[in-house]
Design a protein around this ligand. Sequence first.
Ligand code: AHR
Length: 514
Amino acid sequence: MSDAQRITVLVDEPIATISPYLHGTFAEHLGGCIYPGIWVGEESAIANTRGLRNDVIVALRHLQIPVTRWPGGCFADHYHWRDGIGPRAERPLRVNDQWGSVAEPNTFGTHEFIDLCRLIGTEPYIVGNVGSGTPGELHDWVEYCNFGGRSALADERGANGAADPFNVRFWGIGNENWACGGTMSAEHYAEEFCRFRTFVKSYADTNVHAVACGPNSKDWSWTQRFFERVARYCDGHDRSPMLDSFAGHYYCGTAGEAAQYSDAQWLELLAKARAIEGLICGHRQIMDDYDPQRRIHFIIDEWGTWHDGEDSDPLYMLYRQNTMRDALACALTLDVFHNHSDKIWMGNIAQTINVLQAALLVMDDQCVKTPTYHAFDLYRPHQGGQALRTVNAGESISDGGASAEHCRDMYRDNSGFSLKVIEGSASVTGDTLCATVVNTDPNKPVELALSLVGAKLGNVDTVTLAGADIHAHNTFEAPDTVTLAESKAVAVRGTELRIALPAASATRVIGPLR
Ligand code: AHR
């Protein structure tokens, strides 16, 4: 084992509350995510609750996902919500023009989505159609969901089985409107945002939280131009009171293939994932010029790895295996979110099931938890904690290799980028410390020296996510190759905790502060 890698937690230096919404997810009508990932129908031989798969409900409920975004993605700007309400047998069959021109049966619509959210305990985040819809259509969807009094739309919701309003708070005003959502300029979208937002109403107990379409990764110009136009056009004296969150997207891509890669490609992809930090700092810096009090949240409502694939079966489009590498890309991203919890408020990994960096892979009557699922499980106790500043004295393992320039470019101020052997974050909830640490080294275990300034740490429980090697993953044949391993009451000697971190692993440490 090499020399100890040290992380110091500064207990007296809180950053901000870790918004639970940072651990959110996203489910789109794309490939096998909704059909059959979530919806199999009441008549299915697969065990279900009102048509929603039981295995998926149980697995997702365990993760305590705070928010789930639906129905897209790009699909959102094709979707007309009225297609997905009323008796299922009478709903129109459409073509999913966005994703493979497959049949869209509309059997999973608004009521089914809300049912799913309630069953798994997540808050709904609905994305409205700006690209091919109208402000009136979006207005009606919000009224249908949220109006608690009598109106034709509220009565229709009641006739469709939901007398009480759904109280959906989060509404996206379009998706990627710089591309699939209408190929708009930032200025054009800013004006469309204001127009559509005008007709999205808050009723009774549900204050709408409106999300604007933000940039594609490092498109600083979109952010700059959007805010400039919104500030001038929407409301000259109070900047943008109609805007609650501004949502960027970041896919760190791939290096090699989903389950085949070299050590160098392992590091390259982890470095690209870690570079999300640059986006957060850069976009927040631009937003601060317009919104210095940070009343508008910066969020990233699509993020994750995106490996190349054949996609010959449109019913399983963007279906990707995911390995320990994806799990650590996820862990590093969540650590970055926590360490910048004063700048970022929501994150939605793409996507929940069968698409891109999925938590679950589902086929026929089988459901497998991916390493990414376990990473979310591992990091769960950070939700709602106070993020604490950490000092990472660990060595650098990579300057990003081939991607160094890309990563550096992610920083608006070009301050440089490197991936350390260990990366992590810490939070406190009540008097309990939670720290998570990733050993990014593909081959070497390292010794972690974790010390605290400002408090002492009692004996800790640890949980580790590791595989036999860097390619480890779960399959339908071997679903538990990668799981979590627990150690109880690990002794803290003197002022520091010393534990071994397996190569290519993520570890959670939880213990009482004294
Ligand atoms: O997550 C897949 C697609 O990626 C989404 O539909 C789109 O918003 C993004 O380009």
